[in-house]
Write a protein that binds this ligand. Structure first.
Ligand code: SF4
Ligand code: SF4
Length: 465
């Protein structure tokens, strides 16, 4: 895509030229138009991220991802392990959506909606700038010998970083175990919640290291999504790109001097603002998180030299090369169609999802019992009912065939909210109606005369009786 030498492809922007040491990135903050939009979007997401586990819908959190208990809640709807197919399908839809979104808009999710970027750029970076000054002052301070002032500023910065990491850790845990359990951990004696207490401090330490030390390495080295760009992007994808047709050949200018070169004046402001330390003029790179900081920076330069804006902008390679507008490729139609089908399937399955899921099994080690008293055969079953709703369910089991009778060994009548109940019962059939060794029998699970579930099993009987 670029017209510049490709030596940058042999180097990592965050390593020194000899490749032995990390090159710390000090990005300049330019508060352009896109930065203002990005700030607004980030504050919205921050509010959502911090409040989602604490907002209750139907008594359940807005979002809960309790992996340990295998309970997931989205918008107050509980998904249990029995609904795993729905969860897997939702995950698949999310992946297809991300793929489709990336094919069209590149990695814009990373720069605008990823929690890692939002926290780093809109919280931690701002605190750093507030305490240590702008990028130049930060660089100068890091190179200077330790003084009382430096120690004071660094201590204050890292203390604040750890406090915010501690807060994030608590909210993160609320997503995993629920806000009620988190409040119990916070308010009750430590000895009663030792594992929860250790988890909070462990996550705090991890978040602190991520935001104070690892930073952009999470996006460029750890996150697998960035590495997928190479296979997801094509010439039609709209990404943050430098218009090399317009910008090259780049040439430095002095004020008021006219030039026959391209529009890029090689001021390198786009490089100075980049949080991953790359030069977007070298073309698409996996380190680019599409944060759009370089667009703001270059727009500011273009405005100053009275040239049209968006030398760097949201453009596709085709748009830059052929000056043609965006068009929908076959790939987009394909992913779009697949996404629509998967979403329709998910909607259908959610509508069809029953409030109770029943599993019935013949009691282990039993086949059938011959009842000479009334010339009937019985089989012993254990049924387990899982309540997927947020209320207690009263129930009764009713056979669909009028010849089938039930005799309970133990008969609970309710299923606790979010729990399960086991019922052990004999199914009795008169011998004269049994025609096969295995007979299919069906049951309805009723609650207030409403059918909540329907389940089937096989009934075994000797043929010559
Ligand atoms: S900010 Fe714009 S003008 Fe300056 S170097 Fe980058 S692309 Fe060229
Ligand atoms: S190249 Fe531009 S959009 Fe990409 S990460 Fe750097 S500043 Fe952000």
């Amino acid at each position: 895509m670029s017209q510049t030498p490709a030596h940058f492809r042999d180097q990592v922007s965050t390593l020194t030229d000899d490749g032995l040491k990390r090159k710390w990135i000090y990005p300049k903050i330019i508060k352009g138009k896109l930065y203002k939009y990005r700030s607004a979007v980030s504050y919205f997401f921050l509010l959502l991220l911090f409040s989602a586990p604490f907002i209750k819908v139907n008594g359940e959190p807005l979002v809960l991802l309790n992996v340990l208990e295998r309970k997931f809640v989205f918008f107050g709807i509980i998904f249990w392990p029995q609904d795993f197919y729905l969860f897997a399908l939702s995950l698949l839809i999310f992946i297809v959506f991300i793929v489709l979104f990336t094919v069209i808009f590149g990695r814009v999710f990373c720069g605008w909606a990823c929690p890692q970027t939002i926290f780093l750029e809109m919280v931690f970076r701002k605190i750093e700038n507030w305490i240590e000054g702008d990028h130049n002052q930060q660089k100068k301070m890091d190179m200077a010998p330790l003084t009382f002032n430096k120690l004071l500023k660094k201590t204050l910065k890292h203390s604040l970083f750890f406090c915010i990491s501690f807060l994030i850790s608590n909210v993160f845990l609320a997503y995993l175990i629920g806000s009620d359990k988190l409040i119990e951990i916070i308010t009750e004696p430590i000895k009663d919640h030792l594992s929860g207490f250790i988890s909070i401090w462990l996550f705090s330490l991890i978040f602190y290291l991520v935001f104070s030390r690892m930073r952009e390495l999470v996006c460029t080295v750890v996150c697998p999504y960035g590495r997928l760009q190479g296979v997801l992007l094509d010439n039609q994808s709209i990404i943050v790109a430098y218009d090399y047709k317009r910008g090259e050949p780049r040439e430095k200018i002095t004020k008021g001097q006219s030039t026959q070169s391209g529009d890029c004046i090689d001021c390198k402001l786009c490089v100075q603002v980049c949080p991953t330390g790359i030069d977007i003029r070298n073309g698409t790179q996996l380190e680019c998180i599409n944060c759009t900081a370089c667009i703001d920076a270059c727009d500011m330069v273009m405005a100053k030299i009275s040239k049209p804006l968006r030398l760097i902008g949201f453009k596709s390679e085709t748009e830059i090369k052929n000056k043609t507008p965006f068009s929908i490729s076959k790939k987009i139609y394909g992913y779009g169609g697949l996404l629509a089908i998967l979403m329709a399937l998910l909607g259908f399955l959610i509508i069809k999802r029953s409030d109770v899921q029943t599993t019935i099994l013949r009691a282990s080690g039993t086949l059938y019992q011959i009842r000479d008293k009334d010339n009937s055969i019985s089989n012993l079953y254990i049924a387990e009912m899982v309540n997927k709703t947020d209320k207690i369910i009263k129930f009764e089991i009713v056979p669909e065939d009028e010849h089938v009778n039930i005799q309970y060994v133990q008969k609970p009548t309710t299923i606790a909210y979010g729990g399960s109940t086991k019922v052990t019962f004999f199914v009795i059939l008169p011998q004269n109606i049994i025609k096969k060794y295995k007979t299919k029998i069906a049951f309805k699970l009723l609650s207030d005369k409403k059918v909540l579930d329907r389940f089937e099993t096989t009934f075994i009987a000797p043929l010559n009786n």
